[in-house]
Every structure is written in C-alpha cells, then in structure tokens.
Design a protein around this ligand. Structure first.
Ligand SMILES: [Fe+2]
Ligand SMILES: [Fe+2]
Length: 196
C-alpha cells in the first residue's frame, strides 16, 4: 500500500502541531506542551483500525468535537471572545488528532473514512451528532461532556490495543483531552458559576 507521508513535513504540520506563532496572529494552539509520536503501527491490524475509526469519526469523536467547538466558537464570538478563542484553538487541535489517527489507520491497513464500520456496513458521520446548544453554559457543559467521553474512550482503547506505537499516540492524545477538559471547566466556572 502506498501510504502518504505527511509526518513531519506536512504543509500545515508545524502550525497545527505546535509550531511557533507569528506575533501578530491569534494563538492557534491549545494543547498539552509535548511533541506527538510519529503515527505508525507495529503491523497491519484491521480490528485496531476499526477502533481508531470510532475515535476519529464516530458519534463521539475528533470529527464531532472539531465541528462542535468550531460552531460554538462562531456563535459565542461576539459576547465571549475568550471562550470563542479557546474553542477555535481547541478545534484545531482536534483536527490534528484526526490527522494523526487517519495516518495511523492507514498504517494499520484501514481506510480512514468519515464514519464507522458496523456489521451492516458503513455508518456515516452526521451533522446531528453535534450539540448545537442555546447559551454559553449548556454549550460548555456539552463540550465538557465531549472531553469526558473522549477520555473514557481513549483509556478503553489503550487497554484494548496491543501495539506500542498506537498506544503511545493514544496516550499522547489523552493528555490533550485532559488539558481541554480542565480549560473548559475553568470557563464554565467563570461564566456559569462565578460565585461558587
Ligand atoms: Fe481530540
Ligand atoms: Fe479535546
């Protein structure tokens, strides 16, 4: 199989993966400060590829998170610019996770499509898997829940996968999700429970 090599020299790689910021640009990065392992696998394994497809583009996934945070960024930007900026930067990190998972799925012999494989065929990702919300507090609660669920899923998959390279990648992504969870909780505390 011809695996497209985008590590470490992809066009957007240095920016998406934590490269230096132009001093006049907005901060584009909100992640745990540590490098990512190179996406690879000990050997092809379609079962592991299927697990990573769930993480990449299932109902609770990187794709759902990046779309949801980007939407929340757009609707909160006028009134809550600090929250909107956090959400935009976090969305870009989720996109990076998606890219890293997609590359790993290819190394495992799978095809990283925007959906999950079920016993009945492909179940495609849908826009109604995003929580659109009504105000800042229910949006942040949904974003916190998305991170909590992602942490649970990654911990489960780290237990299930016996491949040192894939495990290392998921363990690194997990650090970002824990970082995001704390950042979202701090914003909810600031705007939703300021007197507690
Ligand atoms: Fe993520
Ligand atoms: Fe996250």
């Amino acid at each position: 199989m011809n695996i497209k090599k985008t590590w470490p020299a992809s066009k957007f790689g240095s920016r998406l993966r934590g490269g230096k910021q132009d001093e006049h640009s907005k901060p584009r990065w909100y992640a745990y400060q540590a490098p990512y392992p190179e996406p690879k696998a000990e050997k092809p394994n379609l079962y592991y590829a299927r697990l990573l497809m769930d993480d990449m583009a299932g109902a609770v996934s990187e794709l759902t998170a990046l779309a949801q945070y980007l939407y929340h960024h757009q609707v909160l930007y006028e009134r809550y610019p600090d929250v909107a900026e956090l959400l935009e930067c976090t969305s870009i990190v989720e996109m990076t996770h998606m890219e890293l998972l997609a590359e790993t799925i290819m190394h495992l012999g799978g095809q990283p499509k925007l959906g999950v494989r079920t016993n009945c065929g492909m179940e495609w990702w849908r826009g109604d898997q995003v929580y659109y919300g009504y105000d800042i507090c229910d949006m942040l609660s949904a974003d916190i829940e998305a991170e909590r669920q992602a942490i649970i899923n990654y911990k489960r998959h780290i237990e299930m996968i016996d491949d040192k390279y894939v495990k290392a990648l998921l363990e690194r992504i997990l650090l970002d999700e824990q970082h995001h969870l704390e950042a979202f909780k701090a914003k909810r505390q600031k705007y939703c429970y300021p007197h507690r």
